[in-house]
Design a protein around this ligand. Structure first.
Ligand SMILES: O=C(O)CCC(=O)C(=O)O
Ligand SMILES: [Fe+2]
Length: 366
């Protein structure tokens, strides 16, 4: 908890559980400007990619160049004309809303546990502070196999199956339809990133064929003290690529390279794409996984759906050899994705009292 004794906010005056209170320096709008007219993250039109993939190399080349620029300068961009029907989103949102409105005992029937990372959860810690949110996680392939332990060298894996609630009965179908549509888009985006690094379009297919993608339904309730808490504390996404839709309420903020927090302009017709830690490693820091956070508000609840596109758990991730040369040595030791994920999951589940495992822990010291 981030309330110190010399602060004006006294614990007994808090309208919320102190476990949610963020340290003063990380609270929303503290010291860092948030202006409406500030340059926002780039919006890239995917029409040439989807409509004329093989016929218009020049148009495709322009999209690839925009992706490269956005990935270098921001680590974040939005895409429009992405081919995913918004009606599918309407359905997921309607079903998710019914689910999150259920009494807590109902939701806890599909509760995530320390052993099973899928299902409903309302106690996630990011940076060891409780997030003001409820989530429902499911694996796009139906199940996830994770190594039994981060520390063990044995290859023992545990298979975790999706936990679907009986109620609302259509949640599963709407989520699965959504997952298939976004999965296609995610593969296209990985191809674009591959081209943007000067690699063949299918370079990353070997990692993603047996992917371990998961989808999260994020529900951020109204909050009586939005200035003291965060929906999600500052963090970087640890996987490959995040493909996220948010509703019109807004609240996602990205930390620009100069340290300013920039609100991502909410567009229902757009996906927010975010470079994860693994592309940072593959690209040997050409692309960066950028810190972001979610601010909540007093008057409106908010809903977002990230698709975390992650490679197979067996993947060992290291800087791509053909991108390296005598001026650009590998900056990371190889990382086993399954183990890295297992460790991150355990840290999100409870306050381990230590700094989260970050990709930087694998950096090769110069
Ligand atoms: O809700 C959002 O817009 C972002 C959520 C997020 O960053 C995450 O779940 O990793
Ligand atoms: Fe995130």
């Amino acid at each position: 908890m981030g309330v110190s004794s010399d602060e004006k906010v006294l614990v007994q005056d808090l309208k919320i559980d102190p476990a949610y209170v963020v340290s003063p320096e990380f609270r929303p709008n503290k010291g860092i400007g948030l202006c409406e007219d500030v340059e926002n993250i780039p919006v890239i039109d995917l029409t040439p990619v989807l409509a004329h993939y093989n016929h218009e190399p020049q148009a495709l080349g322009e999209v690839v160049a925009q992706v490269e620029k956005a990935a270098v300068e921001w680590g974040f961009f939005q895409v429009v004309n992405h081919g995913v029907p918004l009606t599918l989103l309407d359905e997921v949102e309607a079903e998710a809303k019914k689910f999150f409105e259920l009494p807590i005992e109902e939701k806890r029937k599909v509760q995530r546990t320390f052993d099973c990372p899928l299902g409903y959860y309302d106690g996630e810690f990011t940076k060891n502070v409780k997030d003001w949110k409820e989530v429902f996680d499911f694996a796009v392939q139906g199940s996830l196999d994770l190594p039994k332990s981060f520390y063990d060298d044995e290859e023992e894996v545990v298979i975790h199956k999706n936990q679907w609630p009986d109620n609302p009965p259509k949640l599963r179908e709407s989520c699965e339809n959504w997952a298939s549509a976004v999965e296609r888009l995610a593969f296209k985006l990985v191809e674009l990133l591959s081209l943007s690094l000067g690699l063949p379009a299918n370079y990353f297919n070997k990692y993603f064929e047996n992917h371990s993608a998961s989808i999260r339904l994020n529900y951020y309730d109204k909050c009586p003290s939005p200035d003291l808490v965060l929906g999600v504390s500052r963090h970087k996404d640890g996987g490959g690529l995040t493909v996220l839709v948010q509703d019109e309420v807004g609240g996602l903020e990205v930390r620009r390279r100069d340290g300013e927090w920039i609100r991502v302009f909410p567009r229902r017709d757009a996906f927010v794409i975010n470079i994860g830690a693994l592309f940072q490693v593959w690209s040997n820091n050409k692309y960066q996984s950028i810190e972001h956070r979610v601010v909540v508000n007093e008057h409106k609840e908010r809903f977002s759906v990230p698709f975390f596109f992650n490679p197979s758990h067996k993947s060992n991730i290291a800087p791509i050899p053909i991108l390296l040369d005598s001026h650009n040595f590998a900056k990371y030791h190889p990382i086993n994705w399954g183990k890295f994920r297992k460790m991150k999951n355990d840290g999100n589940f409870k306050n381990l009292g230590i700094e989260d495992l970050q990709i930087e822990h694998y950096a090769i010291k110069a």
